[in-house]
Ligand binder design. Structure first.
Ligand code: PMV
Length: 333
């Protein structure tokens, strides 16, 4: 049986919507250490595999929802967007799932602010849909459990399921057709010395969006057949490494997993690559640094920029090599 987004979200919405004056929420951005790449259901964003991420502390999205006296209005980072702007339209389509059929009674002003500088090359959809889901939950007084919030955020954007939580987070792929067993959960581990460095090497526009790229990879890459096997093994190893605070094992698995994901894209047809010449240069610098004895690892998503993983003891060395590195301390709070 094929499930539709509206039917799934509708299960959690009461007959009468009672609103609060204001619904406000923050959600952190996240970086996957074991990646989500490939959907088993495109409508509901159900993943082929589970994945595991680290949330980026204070970097993320704050969203405030209040009633609008006229039409719906979306303000992103202080700028009023047209409602048919791609971002605003995607956001409003998601909001419509919550007020289905009652749009006229609930016209909304949605203000959303990213603390991630847009140039940092971090996808804002994960923190954006997680913050929006939490803000809708508050505004419509739904009081939904975290697992449900995570599963609903996933319908907005797969990786948003993980941005519901701080720290290390695992998104379970789930098995059911309606996807309600496909939600994320936090790992009870803190790691104050862990650092993530955002290295922007290019701000060129993405050649292809992640959904199209995933679908093409699943359909045409022979290497992809091995992807679920590797992910299962990587998840097992990385969970233990995180619990043991074994930085080198964690970093090695994360880098190997990211490079393998990019290899599946390169082996799709037509091939997909998010890398730019600057990406390769920076990767080689990272590998040289590691060869000289520094414990540094790298992960990359659907874009040309690098995310470096290291520990506090190596921070100065890293800042010398990469002066423009933006430092994130995931466990600062
Ligand atoms: O949630 P989406 O559709 O933006 O896909 C995210 C895909 C990756 O960032 C490449 C991997 C991941 O697990 O976040």
């Amino acid at each position: 049986m094929k499930f539709r987004r509206g039917d799934i979200v509708g299960r959690y919405i009461p007959e009468t919507l009672v609103t609060r004056e204001r619904g406000e929420a923050f959600a952190p951005a996240n970086i996957a250490l074991v990646k989500y790449w490939g959907k088993r259901d495109v409508e509901l964003n159900l993943a082929q595999t589970s994945s595991l991420s680290i949330s980026l502390g204070q970097l993320g999205t704050t969203t405030v929802i209040t009633a609008s006296d006229g039409a719906d209005r979306v303000i992103a980072n202080g700028r009023r967007l047209d409602n048919d702007d791609v971002f605003a339209a995607r956001l409003l389509r998601f909001v419509d799932l919550f007020r289905a059929g009652r749009e006229d009674q609930h016209r909304l002003l949605i203000e959303t602010n990213n603390s991630v500088p847009t140039a940092a090359g971090l996808a804002s959809s994960a923190s954006g849909f997680a913050a929006l889901t939490k803000a809708l939950d508050a505004y419509f007084r739904l009081g939904l459990p975290m697992r449900v919030l995570s599963a609903l955020a996933r319908i907005g954007s797969g990786s948003a399921s993980r941005s519901i939580y701080d720290g290390f987070v695992e998104w379970h792929r789930g098995r059911s057709g309606d996807g309600m067993d496909s939600f994320a959960e936090p790992l009870a581990v803190t790691w104050p010395d862990l650092r993530v460095g955002l290295l922007v090497v290019s701000s060129k526009k993405k050649p292809i969006d992640s959904t199209t790229a995933m679908n093409r990879t699943v359909e045409t890459s022979e290497l992809y057949r091995n992807w679920p096997v590797q992910v299962e093994r990587d998840l097992k190893t990385i969970r233990t490494a995180i619990l043991d605070r074994d930085f080198d094992t964690m970093g090695r698995v994360a880098e190997h997993n990211a490079m393998s994901m990019h290899a599946t894209m390169l082996s799709a047809w037509p091939p997909i690559s998010y890398w730019q010449p600057e990406t390769v240069k920076a990767l080689q610098q990272v590998w040289q640094l590691r060869a000289s004895g520094v414990s540094i690892y790298v992960t990359m998503d659907a874009g040309p920029n690098l995310k470096l993983l290291f520990e506090a003891k190596d921070q100065t060395r890293l800042e010398e090599t990469f002066p423009h590195l933006q430092m994130v301390t995931p466990f600062s709070t």
